[in-house]
Structures are given as structure tokens and as C-alpha cells.
Design a protein around this ligand. Structure first.
Ligand code: NAP
Length: 283
């Protein structure tokens, strides 16, 4: 492999997805429907503000309308659910994204579950999560789907491989574990109570880092020739993987930035377009 082949470039994958999305948006617009994503941001966490801005910008580049609902940090669970219900009832909105995390006093699960399944373009509802586990979700969680998409785009075999996932959050670690299992990988899911983590990671043919800790996964944990996917995104534009040392050990690796992130955003918009398309087919 040349050095170029080692880097799993997420921007290349996102650009590839763009062509089909632009064509689909044109088709939907011909039917008089403008695909629309509504993002909800509660509070003023700077990283969340950046994510929401990036999602809005990406929508604009693809001809998708976006609405930004910004709520104060003191918003209650009930008030947030009221806002979600307004968007559920708004026929011009095709996808709803509640930016995670919300302030601690809010019941995030209740808020996620208030999103109607037809508009759950990030697969965050309990029903969306369950459908994903069965491999039947119209809109699987975006970051897990982005990870699978990168592996598929670069023709990395999943079936029969041992995938080690570090992290078990309901939006990332757990759904990506289920998706890899559905693709016939043998999956080990690790978390903060996992003992001898480095030894377990060393068994992985595919290692997915979804921890939320900068430069956490070290090159010495990586089996030579393994594929490393870094889903992390931390302050200072760094991932959960110590990129320099892991690059040396791996056969392929995603960079941060420019790895999982752009494909996650493209997937979110693709789901929104698909949601509008499904509506246009029923119209
Ligand atoms: P999260 O909800 O905080 O979950 C982190 C997971 O890591 C938990 O399951 C936790 O275990 C586990 N963990 C923490 N410390 C550990 C340790 N020392 N050893 C092993 N496991 C440990 O985070 P998340 O929302 O899943 O996000 C994970 C990362 O992905 C973050 O960097 C986030 O910014 C990034 N992210 C990126 C995208 C993207 O588009 N690229 C999208 C979403 C998230 P416990 O369950 O035991 O606590």
C-alpha cells in the first residue's frame, strides 16, 4: 500500500455522495417540495454551536433548506418537547436534529423520543435505535452509518473480521456495534469499566474509537495491519486516536479532521433528502 491508500479520506466519500443528493433534491423540488432540516440547539456550548453551523452550511451547499432553533440553557424538558412537537407538526420540515448533549437538567431520552420516527434522521429515538439493531432503520444513526460507509467505500472487508469498538453510547458505540454485527463481524464493545483495554484492542482487525478522550488510543494497542476508524472529535481538532503512532501500525486509518466528520454530515443531509423524497412519493 502507498501512503495515499492508507488514509481513509472522509471528504472524498462525502463528495461522492453529493452527486446523487443534488440530483435527488432537484427531483423533489420539481414536485414543489423543498427538503428541510430543523436543528435544535439548547444552550451555548461552543462545540455544539460549531456542529450546528457546519450542518446548516452543508445543507445550503446542497440546496437543502435548514431551520435553526436556538433555545436558552435554562429550557426545561417540557419546553424542549413542545418545540419538538411544533416541528413534528410542521409539514415543511423533513428532518429534526436535536444537538447532543443537551444541558444536564434536561431528560435527553424523553426529548429524543419526542421526535416523530418519520423525521428521526439521526436515528436517536428508541424506535429508531431498535430498528437499526434489526438492520431495518430507514435512517440509522448518522455517525455509525458514516463509519460503515467509509469501510464500504474503501472496500474494507467487514464480514469475518474482529471489530473492537471503544465506547457504548446510544448514538455511536452501541449502534455501530450492532451494524458491524449485522454485517457479520465478530464484535467486542468496550467501555470505561473494561479491564485490560489495550489487550482487547490488540485483537481487533477493525478498531473503532468512540470515547470522547483526545489521543486516547495508542499505536502500541493496534495490531499491525489493523484498520483504525477515529469517530472522536475533541477540542483542538483532534480525535480519540493518537494518529501519528496508530498510522504507523495500521493498514488504513481515518484522519481528524477530514475522516468520519464530513461523512456524518453528508449522511444527515442524505437522510433529510430521503425523508422529503418519501413524502414526495406519497404526494
Ligand atoms: P459519550 O456519550 O461520552 O460516550 C463515550 C463512551 O466512551 C462511553 O461508552 C464510555 O464508557 C467510553 N469511555 C470513556 N472513558 C473510557 C475509557 N477510559 N476506556 C474505555 N471506554 C471509555 O460520547 P459519544 O457521544 O459516543 O462520542 C464519542 C466521541 O465521538 C466524542 O469524541 C465525540 O465528539 C465524537 N462524535 C463524533 C461525531 C462525528 O460526526 N465525527 C459524532 C458524534 C460524536 P461508559 O459507557 O462506561 O461511560
Amino acid at each position: 500500500m502507498t501512503t495515499d491508500q492508507l488514509i481513509l479520506n472522509g471528504q472524498t466519500v462525502a463528495d461522492f455522495m453529493k452527486e446523487e443528493m443534488v440530483a435527488k433534491v432537484a427531483m423533489i423540488k420539481e414536485k414543489g417540495i423543498l427538503p428541510c432540516l430543523a436543528t435544535i440547539l439548547v444552550g451555548n456550548d461552543p462545540s455544539s454551536e460549531t456542529y450546528v453551523r457546519m450542518k446548516g452550511n452543508a445543507c445550503a451547499r446542497l440546496g437543502v433548506h435548514s431551520i435553526k432553533v436556538v433555545l436558552p440553557a435554562e429550557t426545561t424538558t417540557e419546553e424542549l418537547i413542545q418545540e419538538i412537537n411544533k416541528l413534528n407538526a410542521d409539514h415543511s420540515v423533513h428532518g429534526i436534529l436535536l444537538q447532543h448533549p443537551v444541558p444536564h437538567h434536561i431528560n435527553e431520552r424523553a426529548a429524543f423520543d419526542a421526535i416523530s420516527i418519520e423525521k428521526d434522521v439521526d436515528g436517536v429515538t428508541t424506535q429508531g435505535y431498535a430498528l437499526n439493531a434489526f438492520g431495518a432503520a430507514a435512517f440509522p444513526s448518522c455517525t455509525p452509518q458514516a463509519i460503515i460507509r467509509i469501510l464500504d467505500f474503501y472496500r474494507i472487508q467487514i464480514e469475518g473480521k474482529h471489530a473492537v469498538v471503544i465506547g457504548r453510547s446510544p448514538i455511536l458505540g452501541k449502534p455501530v456495534s450492532a451494524m458491524l454485527l449485522n454485517r457479520n463481524a465478530t464484535v467486542t464493545t468496550c467501555h470505561s469499566k473494561t479491564v485490560n483495554l489495550d489487550e482487547i484492542v490488540r485483537l481487533g482487525d477493525i478498531v473503532i474509537a468512540a470515547v470522547g478522550k483526545p489521543l486516547f488510543v495508542k499505536g502500541s494497542w493496534i495490531k499491525p495491519g489493523a484498520v483504525v476508524i477515529d469517530a472522536g472529535y475533541n477540542k483542538g481538532n483532534v480525535g480519540d486516536v493518537d494518529y501519528v503512532s496508530c498510522l504507523e501500525q495500521s493498514s488504513a486509518i481515518t484522519p481528524v479532521p477530514g475522516g468520519v466528520g464530513p461523512v456524518t454530515i453528508a449522511t444527515l443531509i442524505e437522510h433529510t433528502i430521503q425523508s422529503a423524497y418519501m413524502l414526495s412519493e406519497r404526494a
